[in-house]
Structure formats: structure tokens, C-alpha cells
Design a binder for this molecule. Sequence first.
Ligand code: CP3
Length: 358
Amino acid sequence: MSTPLESPLPPLLRAAAGLPGDRVPVWFMRQAGRSLPEYFEVRGEGSILQAISDAERATEITMQPVRRYDIDAAILFSDIVTPVWVSGFGIDITPGVGPTCDRPFTSAADLERLRPIDDDDLGFQTDTVRALVDQLPHEVPLIGFAGAPYTLAAYLVEGRPSKDYAKVKAMMFAEPELWHALADRLADYAIATLRNQVANGARAVQLFDSWVGGLRPEHYREFVQPHSAKVLAAMAELDVPRFHFGINTGELLADMADAGAEVVGVDWRTPLSVARERTGGRVGLQGNLDPALLSAPWEVVEPEVRRVLDDNGGHPGHVFNLGHGVTPSANPETIARIAEYVHTHGTAMGDGSTGAAG
Ligand code: CP3
């Protein structure tokens, strides 16, 4: 990586700091993986955790979208369950299903299965992050990430992906002490993971709380926000911008902003202008194109990309992204065109203008 002292801040870090620049940064959640034919050439059989724990493969998969698209960030190829997996709790990712546990978390006795983790458990991650930092250009920062306590707990308690999160919510309401003990351990997992990533060269972090949108704001504030805030506060001293994301979080945006991130993710349901009002302009916003558009014809996609930029109104604190991850059916050519369109037509001049820059 070349880092001349006087080189300008990369667009991603500039936008995260709310600074105007000549380019609206763009990257795509889940930009690596199943939408790319080259992914299947290296993925291998079995659980995706095998590929994640093989530094050479994980590095290659992270780099694939960076080579293919003109994007402003790489995101470490890993998963939110990686720290739970290395702890030996007993979690795997079942192909076509998602995270599954043979023995889900049901009682205080299960806390013992969640031993603390440290850098020694994350050797493959250290190697992957270092290899990536060597390869990535200065303008393309590596984003590290972790799962937030609620979303991780959902997999541990439900034992598999859920539609209603009934078990994890029941634990939260009926056994608050147990819930807080679980969430606190998972916060420590996120902190250990993110510290390892940043210590080895990740230049931004994203805390994924994908499923938190199923909670009422009062419950979010009581049961979830303190644990996510603990993770984000532990990152404050590391001097990297913190992104915080969930879906269906229109009602939670202000509370998520209060958890302590510089940038809050917004899904496609809430216009960026509304999200900015709800967060009082105190955070940057990331989003928020509907990922379903990635398999639509360009004539349909273009006005929607335009609309996202217009909704943002030229505000400098905007990182263009999807409202959730790239779907396996996405067309990579559409992704490439979106990145190009955002760079050509987006403005982040800090004057509220929405005119095309080029
Ligand atoms: O490119 C990137 O964005 C980095 C890769 C990444 C993966 N998982 C790899 C992966 C990231 C950022 C994640 C995060 C993640 N994992 C989240 C938060 C983001 C989100 O989408 O909300 C969540 C909720 C998970 C849990 C998880 N892991 C799910 C729901 C699945 C999909 C299950 C399926 O097969 O449909 C996984 C598996 C997974 N993680 C895959 C990848 C590339 C698919 C694995 C495969 O190739 O079989």
C-alpha cells in the first residue's frame, strides 16, 4: 500500500468525516461472493467458514470486486459468526440456509461455551487483513466488520435464521439478566474482532445489526443500544470511522445514531432526506438503493440511482451503497454501471446542489 504523507483522504473516509469532495464514494454490501462467477472458482466445497479461515482464499475473494469495479472500499471477506465459530461454541454456516447451531443458547449454563477470544484465535484474520492492506491502493480502504450483539444473539438463540425472532425476543423480555450477559459477551467478541482488524490495517469498521429492525424503539434502547454502544465506544480510540447498519430500521435511525457511529446505514424503505431529518444531521448516511434492482434492466435502475443521489441532495456525508447486500442473482455489469454513474453524476460539494459533476 502506498501512503505518502500528503496524499488526500480517500473518498470513503472523507465522506465518513462529513467533508466535501469531488467524488461520492460507493461500495456494495456483499460485493464479494455469490454474484461473481470468479468467486465460485475459488470458493471450494462445504461451509463458507473454510474459505474465510484460509487467508489466501479470503484475500483473493475480497479483492475480486475491487478488481472488477471502480469502488471506493474493500470489505474483509468474513462473516458475522466468525468470532463465535473460533470460540468453539458450535456454530456453522449451512450452505443455502445460513448460520446454524446444533445446540442453541438457551440458559446461563451456555455462557460457559462462550469463552473470551483474542488475537491468537484470529490468526487467519490477521494474515488476511495484512495481505489485503499490502495489495489495496491508498484510495481503497479496507473496511473491517463484526456482527452486533443483537443480530449475533438471534442466531445463537434461534439456532438458525428466523422470520420472527420469537425465541431471542422472549429471552430478552422474560430473562433480561441472561439476555444482558449474553449480549455483553457478544459485544466483547465484536470488540476483539474489530480491534484485530484495525490493528492490522483496516481503516474503517462496520457493525452489522441486520435484524434489529424487528424491535420497538423502547426495546432497542433498553436491551440493545447499550451493548452496541459499548462496541462502538471501544472503537472510538482507534481513530477509524464507524459505520452502523441494520435493515427495516426507519423507526430506529435516531437511536442507532446515538449508539455512537459516524455513519448510519439506511435501507431502501426510508428516503435519505427523511433519514437525515430523523438523525438530526449528526451522522453521515450510507445507502440506499434497493438491491432487487441489481437484476433489473438499466433503464429501470438509472432513475432509481438518480433518485438516491437526489434524495441526498448533495450532502457531503453520503456513502452510496445498497439498502442491504448484493443478492446472488445480481448482474455484475449493473453493479459496475452504478459505480460509474455515481462517480460521474454524484456531487458531494456541501452546498446542497444536485447538479451533475461530469
Ligand atoms: O462481500 C462482503 O460483503 C463480505 C462478506 C460477508 C459475508 N457475510 C460472507 C458470506 C459479510 C459482510 C457477511 C455478513 C453477514 N453474515 C451478515 C450481515 C450482513 C447482512 O447481509 O445482513 C449476516 C446477517 C450474516 C449471516 C449469514 N451468513 C447469512 C444470512 C448467510 C447466507 C445464507 C445463504 O446461503 O443464503 C451467510 C453465509 C455467507 N456469508 C455467504 C457469504 C459469501 C454465502 C456463502 C456461500 O457461498 O455459500
